[in-house]
Design a protein around this ligand. Structure first.
Ligand code: ATP
Ligand code: MG
Length: 220
């Protein structure tokens, strides 16, 4: 058994937002490692409609959604939440977390999983310091990104850092924790660039997603 598995409680909902342009094994491996370590029953991938801090995605929102659906079909613990795409417009994470919190009630732990790169950009997000009122922030390592926190962010961390990861299962929200995961140097940009050069994208993402990209000639 996994000694880092915290209790057998399945309470707690984990969510992971992203552009998923396209979804890849770095996202999926992050999701399953967090599920295994924390024992949450579900992790929801939340594809954004319009990313606020980067250019327009390479393919349509419905195609990105379709690829996420293909990617998660093999694991019952993974699901997709299309609310940002249904909502259209710029996707503000704080709106999404507020919605989900309203749905699950005040007591259930809600955990937002963020890669280190996303976390470092947090102070540029709309209403960023409110996020923690609705959810915990679980920051995962990502190759190439060191936790060089600007002062605004390190003060925020000092204020909210959990004493142990256990707190992310007890309290409903309000804590920050860092996890080191299996390093996978995979990114969507790298996959888009390989596809653009007509080079293989095999083994970086699930086969059904690779087939979808090839069939629809995406990212060419
Ligand atoms: P792009 O290259 O287009 O920015 P990306 O690979 O960073 O794409 P996103 O959809 O932007 O993918 O990322 C969604 C979330 O997943 C972010 O929190 C990001 O930090 C995290 N993430 C993506 N790839 C990895 C990885 N290889 N390891 C750990 N976390 C990752
Ligand atoms: Mg990114």
């Amino acid at each position: 058994t996994n000694t880092r598995f915290i209790g057998k409680s399945t309470s707690g909902l984990a969510i992971m937002g992203g552009t998923f342009d396209p979804v890849h094994n770095g996202h999926l491996r992050t999701a399953v490692e967090i599920l295994d370590r924390y024992g949450y029953s579900t992790l929801k991938l939340v594809p954004c409609y319009q990313p606020v801090h980067k250019g327009q995605p390479g393919v349509s929102a419905s195609q990105r959604l379709e690829m996420v659906k293909l990617a998660i079909s093999g694991d019952v613990r993974l699901s997709v939440d299309a609310r940002e795409i249904d909502r259209e417009g710029p996707s503000y994470t704080v709106d999404t977390l507020r919605d989900i919190r309203a749905e699950i009630g005040p007591d259930e732990p809600l955990i937002m999983v963020l890669g280190m790169d996303s976390f470092l950009s947090l102070p540029t997000w709309y209403d960023w310091s409110t996020l923690i009122e609705y959810a915990h922030l679980l920051i995962v390592s990502r190759p190439g990104w060191e936790p060089d926190l600007i002062s605004e962010l390190s003060a925020f961390c000092e204020k909210h850092r959990a004493a142990s990861s256990h707190e992310l299962q007890c309290a409903p929200s309000g804590r920050i924790w860092f996890e080191t995961l299996t390093p996978l140097g995979i990114s969507s940009s790298m996959i888009r660039s390989l596809a653009h050069k007509n080079e293989s994208i095999a083994y970086l993402l699930p086969e059904p997603v690779q087939e979808y990209i090839e069939q629809h000639q995406l990212y060419r």
